[in-house]
Design a protein. Structure first.
Length: 258
């Protein structure tokens, strides 16, 4: 059981190695009760294209980051608490095969594995960690979740008005509530979604009307603003190109999680 293994030298060493590979760009990961369950490379669907990302599954969090030097250095660390995560399988379609959605309160996205077997392994291990964590804490599964953004390539025109065609000048924007790709005219307002950000963020007109109905937020909280200074649509999409990685099978430390 996990309770017997959290203090094992092998587990401590594995977590220390992960911390070292993120270096100063990452947060400390060695906390009481934490076990590294598995790790491996998954393909993440970003706004403009798919990119390899290194994922580390712990018994309470899911960590991923950009690959600078495979098995040596990673950066742009992201941490998702598993108690706020849900998984949703995705049917094979086009170039995206063996995929599933990782949906959380703060950030949601699609990933794919190299094979159907690896997809099943990843989903089974993640779901097991989520189930055990919720059972131990007595909490209910998260319900207020962020959307998976529609990729830029799937929206040549605004998904709301179906008129404005996107160009280098007419930029795409994503609604933070529904994930649709919309034009500036159809997403000129902002709304406070506390589970995603501490400041009001861009939403489409439809979501703004739905959210505003019965809301007690003040007018100042979601007033129309210039979007020129908004946060990047996908903070890990415009990074430097990650090092290409050879096909690597994931490693699950099953002896460490029985």
């Amino acid at each position: 059981m996990v309770d017997r293994l959290v203090h094992s030298p092998a587990n401590r060493k594995r977590i220390s190695v992960v911390e070292d590979r993120f270096g100063s760009s990452g947060q400390p990961l060695a906390v009481p009760g934490r076990v590294l369950v598995g790790e491996g490379v998954l393909t993440k669907l970003c706004r403009k294209k798919t990119k390899p990302r290194m994922f580390f599954l712990f018994n309470d969090i899911l960590v991923y980051g950009n690959i600078v030097i495979h098995k040596k250095k990673y950066n742009k660390q992201h941490i998702l608490p598993l108690e706020d995560v849900k998984l949703k399988a995705v049917d094979d379609e086009g170039m995206m095969k063996n995929a599933w959605k990782i949906i959380s309160a703060t950030k949601s996205f699609m990933v794919s594995a190299a094979t159907a077997t690896e997809k099943s392994e990843w989903m089974a291990h993640i779901n097991k960690c989520i189930q055990d964590l919720l059972t131990q804490s007595g909490k209910k599964p998260a319900t207020d979740l962020s959307p998976v953004w529609v990729p830029d390539s799937e929206a040549p025109v605004c998904m709301m008005c179906n008129k404005n065609k996107f160009t280098a000048i007419n930029r795409r924007h994503h609604c933070r509530k529904c994930g649709h790709v919309v034009c500036s005219a159809c997403s000129s307002k902002r709304y406070l979604l506390p589970q995603i950000a501490s400041q009001p963020i861009r939403v489409c007109d439809t979501c703004f009307e739905i959210l505003g109905a019965g809301s007690e937020q003040s007018e100042q909280s979601y007033q129309d603003r210039d979007s020129s200074g908004e946060d990047d649509d996908d903070e890990d999409d415009d990074d430097e190109e990650s090092q290409r990685t050879e096909e690597v099978h994931p490693t699950f430390y099953e002896d460490n999680y029985r």
